[in-house]
Design a protein around this ligand. Structure first.
Ligand code: FE2
Ligand code: FE2
Length: 450
């Protein structure tokens, strides 16, 4: 069914697009309408209704968030949201002229009528399409994601501002430092009371944002880490900005090389390596406003603690502490989001991999403190225990990074909070990927996500 729904959305949005581009009398619109109606008929022959939600800026169907499709259809999604449409329901019995009237209606000028959308559709004689604000339908991921996204909209706005600032930097236009600073400032303000939520959203967002999301993630993790290390607010902000731009040089490297899944040949690897120099050169232009730190961090973040990384430097010089901080956050984020290679690393594996490089790539004390602060099992992770129960990680325990506070979600009768540091008889056995084996438990955590 999911594939059918995806096809249906593609056709529907193409139809809307052609209505806007050519007008609703044009033959191209009529053809798109025909195609779209055929898919609707097919899909509604096996379902009584098809309900699509717009959660944040993502399309959702049932428990699925359609990340790839949402990226593709983003302008149309925004368009619908501007018209207060967050939920579209199509019912069996949908007639072609209803679909046509509906598309003509939404492709027209934004209506300021005081009538509710649904009433306007009724007046047009459209009975088998229902639109409006998102209702909580079902107990699935859509609702959960909706809650998380709503709760963290501050981050979303900041993400947009930050991405704009990055775009401007790429186009060699003036960086809007004020916006950038205030965006990062908002994130910092939020870190104080909702730090684990921010980290959770960073996990969620990984599924939908592009290269710069990595930089934003690293920036957020670096700010979280450095504020817990005791840096003052101004320093945390500066670290956040430096971390934010650490990979900016990659924007000059061909996507083909950046996204290559196979082993890189030497020449390609050299290209990748050049992002440190390219980035540092770029950040040099902004020393007046952003200071030296972004230059230092872009240049040094792959240098490694024992200087065995790149770029090779002629004289031994210990990397700046902020470069060491950013390099830990950088590798942590990169390993945690290896989705491009379809090889997700579970949190405990990330911990093990990074620990192998303790003392060589990473400053040992900093790495230990990093995992004491972040925890091996991040808040929000779904895990199975060695007694067969399934739990949600609630809070890390600095005293024992392997034993966080958890909330049992299955079996239902055992629900409740457990501090694993006080229950040595229990152990986390395995991480359950929320997009795979952990999926069936998502509905169980709906009511405890706050
Ligand atoms: Fe990098
Ligand atoms: Fe990076």
């Amino acid at each position: 069914m999911l594939d059918k729904v995806k096809e249906l959305l593609r056709e529907l949005f193409t139809c809307l697009q052609s209505a806007k581009m050519y007008g609703t009398e044009h033959v191209l619109f009529k053809k798109a309408l025909d195609r779209s109606y055929l898919v609707f008929q097919d899909a509604l022959s096996s379902q009584n209704e098809i309900v699509i939600g717009i959660v944040g800026e993502e399309l959702a169907f049932g428990k699925e968030i359609l990340f790839d499709l949402s990226k593709l259809l983003n302008p149309s999604i925004i368009y619908l949201k501007e018209r207060n449409i967050e939920r579209l329901a199509f019912y069996r019995g949908l007639a072609k002229d209803e679909l046509e009237k509906f598309i003509i209606f939404i492709s027209g000028k934004k209506d300021d009528s005081s009538l509710a959308l649904q009433e306007q559709l009724s007046l047009l004689g459209i009975r088998n399409i229902d639109v409006g604000k998102l209702k909580a339908y079902g107990n699935g991921l859509a609702k959960q994601a909706q809650e998380s996204i709503k709760k963290l909209s501050l981050y979303d706005d900041s993400a947009r501002d930050v991405s704009l600032a990055l775009d401007n930097a790429l186009n060699a236009e003036k960086i809007d430092h004020l916006t950038l600073k205030s965006s990062i400032n908002n994130i910092v303000e939020n870190l104080n009371n909702k730090d684990s939520d921010i980290l959770k959203l960073a996990t969620l967002k990984r599924y939908s944002l592009e290269t710069y999301t990595h930089m934003l993630n690293v920036s957020i993790i670096a700010m979280h880490f450095s504020s817990r290390l005791g840096f003052d607010k101004e320093e945390v902000l500066n670290i956040g900005i430096a971390a934010l731009f650490h990979d900016i040089g990659k924007l000059y490297i061909s996507r083909k090389v950046l996204n290559k899944k196979d082993k890189l040949i030497e020449q390609e690897f050299n290209q990748i390596k050049s992002h440190t120099l390219l980035g540092a050169e770029m950040m040099l232009k902004y020393v007046d406003s952003l200071g030296q730190l972004p230059v230092v961090v872009t240049f040094e973040h792959h240098l490694k603690y024992d200087l065995s990384g790149y770029p090779r430097i002629a004289f031994a010089k210990k990397p700046h502490i902020v470069s060491l901080i950013v390099s830990i956050c950088d590798v942590y984020d990169a390993l945690s989001q290896r989705r491009v290679y379809k090889q997700d690393y579970s949190p405990d594996l990330v911990y093990n991999i990074m620990n192998k490089d303790k003392g060589s790539a990473f400053e040992p004390e900093l790495l230990d403190r990093f995992f004491r602060i972040i925890g091996v099992w991040p808040p929000g992770a779904i895990v199975s225990l060695d007694n067969g129960m399934v739990a949600l990680v609630r809070q890390e325990n600095e005293s024992d990074i392997f034993r966080p506070k958890i909330e049992i979600i299955a079996p239902q009768q055992d629900r409740g909070l457990i501090d694993l540091s006080e229950r040595k008889d229990l152990k986390i056995q395995r991480y359950l990927d929320p997009w795979k084996e952990g999926k069936e438990y998502l509905s169980l955590i709906d009511n405890i996500i706050r």
